[in-house]
Structures are given as structure tokens and as C-alpha cells.
Ligand binder design. Structure first.
Ligand code: PMP
Length: 327
């Protein structure tokens, strides 16, 4: 679908996957005016294909558009594009547990012009569908993380809470550094004090204090520089449905390490569309490292994981009405 100042949204078309033609002076290629979303749809036991909370992705897409001075795509167009494409791809069959149809809506500024003084006047919204396997093959395995104090992903007033390509471009170097340190993922800290936990490269973080029915669930508050994950929001509700106390508040790396040492902090996990829930087993920083829960996935981590994947795959009830029929 295209947008320009004179016509608004127009010219929706459905095409086989293939290359785009872009003017070399397109604003997106020079100034990175681009936003995207990522969501998954699952084949249900009744044969339908349902997406997990696409209305929340539509809303976040509008929020990202506002921050990047781009036109907002109406929710009906966003949801309609998902339905139309998935209906065409309805031959897709999952072969393994966790198989999903990954949906990637995105919008780019296509107006040609090398001037940088105002937002572009022409945009294209597009959607890609691609089969995706479960993030984990051979069981859920805790990941190790590197606490980055050298680089930050986002700063107050910046684009951290928008889902735009530039945030990811800025994160590759720190992610490479995490791998050099022998870790799977980077954990981002706040830009000012480099003390407060924000999120992982593509996932939000949760901390479990205590155990059993008394366990309390803590996740960093939406500081304005971390992405408001839809999985994060869903897990806050599920943990509270299970009767756990949930808190959105600041948590420092110091508290993380000390509470792990004292045994109060029992589990840490990361969550997002791609991996759903990933236990965090080992933490490394410039001055040392420590492990959580003996490096094994925690009890509440796995309970929340089973509940959420059950809702998504249609094998457990969906009390919040999160699943949306696409085809
Ligand atoms: N943080 C970042 C930086 C991400 O890219 C993602 C993935 N969209 C998330 C968190 C998790 O968000 P969601 O649960 O909506 O996938």
C-alpha cells in the first residue's frame, strides 16, 4: 500500500515475493526512516490460522510511525493486510511443534530527494510472510548474557520505544561484543547511569524473586527507551492470573547480582515474539560473572512458557481473547 500527501493510503496490491524498485535517493536509504513489526500466526487444532494479538502490533506500529514522523496506518488496513496475505498462503502446514508463520509488516519512506530538513512525503507499507521454526531445537536452553556498559541502545527522548530499523543497526556492534565475550546475547542498560536494566537485543527481561506460590515477578518499567513488548505485556497478565505479585519497576545490575547471590532472585527469563520465553542462565560483565538457578530453566519460567505457547497453539483456553483469526 502506498501513501502520499495528496492521496493518503492508496493502491493496495498483492504480489508474489520479489525485489522492490527504489529510487537511489529514497529517504529510507539515507535517513533510515523505516519502522517494522514482527508477529506470529499459528495453525490451530480446528484448522484455522490465528495470530497472537495483532491488534497490539497495529497499535505499536502507529506509535512507531508517529515517532518517526511517518503517516499512521489505520488498524483496519494493518489487520486486513495480514488476513489477505495469510489467506493466500493458506497451504502452509506446520511440521513440528512451535512452527509458525512469521509476519513482518514494515513501512519505508520512498520519496526521492537528498534534503534532510523535513519528513518525506511518500511512503510504502508492505508485509512479508515467512514460515519460522521454533527458536529452540532440542529443548529449551538457558542463554548467557553480556551486560553492555560501553554502548547503549537508546537514550531518553530517542527512538528506543519505537520499532525502527536504526535501533537495530546501532545494536549490532554490542551484540558482536557479547559473542566475543562468549555470551549469546547483549543486555542493554540505561544511557545515563549505565546501572539500570533495560532489555535484551530483541527481548524484554523478567526477574523472579522467591519461589512457588509466593514468587514475585519483576520487569523493568517502560522507561521510554525500551520497547514495550507484547509478550512482556501478556506475561504480566498471565503471572497475575496465576496469583503472583507483579511489579514494573527499575532494577539495577547491582540488585540483580546481589539478589542472585543471596538466593532471593531465583529465575530470570527473556521474552519476545521470536523465542517466546528464554531462560537466562549466566550473566557476564566487565568485572566478573555469575549464574542463576544453577544454569537450569526455572519453574515459573517454564510454567509461563507452557501457558503462553498453549494459548498460541490453541491447546489451552484463551481467556483474554488474544488469538485473532486470519484464515
Ligand atoms: N525488545 C526489542 C528490542 C525487540 O526487538 C523485541 C521484539 N519485537 C522485543 C523487545 C519483544 O517484543 P515482542 O514481545 O512484542 O516481540
Amino acid at each position: 500500500v502506498k501513501w502520499d500527501t495528496a492521496r493518503g493510503w492508496h493502491e493496495a496490491e498483492l504480489k508474489p515475493y520479489g525485489p522492490f524498485i527504489l529510487d537511489p535517493a529514497s529517504a529510507v536509504l539515507h535517513y533510515g526512516q523505516e519502522i517494522f513489526e514482527g508477529l506470529k500466526a499459528y495453525r490451530q487444532p480446528d484448522g484455522s490460522i490465528r495470530a497472537f494479538r495483532p491488534d497490539a502490533n497495529a497499535e505499536r506500529f502507529r506509535t512507531s510511525a508517529r515517532r518517526l514522523a511517518m503517516p499512521e496506518l489505520p488498524d483496519e488496513l494493518f489487520l486486513g493486510s495480514l488476513r489477505e496475505l495469510v489467506d493466500v498462503d493458506n497451504r502452509w502446514v506446520p511440521t513440528k511443534q512451535g512452527d509458525a508463520l512469521y509476519l513482518r509488516p514494515f513501512m519505508i519512506a520512498t520519496e526521492a530527494g537528498l534534503g534532510v530538513n523535513s519528513p518525506a512525503g511518500e511512503y510504502v507499507y508492505s508485509l512479508i510472510a515467512s514460515p519460522a521454526g521454533s527458536y529452540f531445537t532440542g529443548g529449551v536452553r538457558p542463554v548467557s548474557v553480556w551486560l553492555s556498559t560501553e554502548y547503549v541502545r537508546a537514550a531518553p527522548g530517542g527512538t528506543g520505544s519505537a520499532k525502527c530499523g536504526g535501533n537495530y543497526a546501532a545494536s549490532f556492534l554490542a551484540q558482536a561484543q557479547a559473542v566475543e565475550q562468549g555470551c549469546d546475547q547483549v543486555v542493554w542498560l540505561d544511557a545515563i547511569e549505565r546501572a539500570w536494566v533495560e532489555e535484551m537485543g530483541g527481548m524484554n527481561l523478567f526477574f523472579v524473586f522467591g519461589s512457588g506460590a509466593e514468587a514475585k515477578v519483576v520487569t523493568p518499567e517502560l522507561s521510554g527507551s525500551l520497547l514495550p513488548g507484547i509478550t512482556r505485556d501478556s506475561l504480566l497478565r498471565l503471572a497475575s492470573d496465576f496469583g503472583h505479585k507483579v511489579e514494573e519497576r527499575r532494577i539495577s545490575t547491582d540488585e540483580w547480582e546481589k539478589a542472585t547471590a543471596s538466593g532471593e532472585l531465583t529465575e530470570v527469563f527473556a521474552c519476545g515474539t521470536a523465542a517466546v520465553i528464554t531462560p537466562v542462565g549466566r550473566v557476564k560483565h566487565a568485572n566478573g560473572e555469575f549464574t542463576i538457578g544453577g544454569g537450569e530453566p526455572g519453574e515459573l519460567t517454564m510454567k509461563l512458557r507452557a501457558e503462553l505457547t498453549g494459548i498460541q497453539e490453541g491447546t489451552r483456553p484463551d481467556p483474554h481473547g488474544w488469538m485473532y483469526e486470519l484464515a
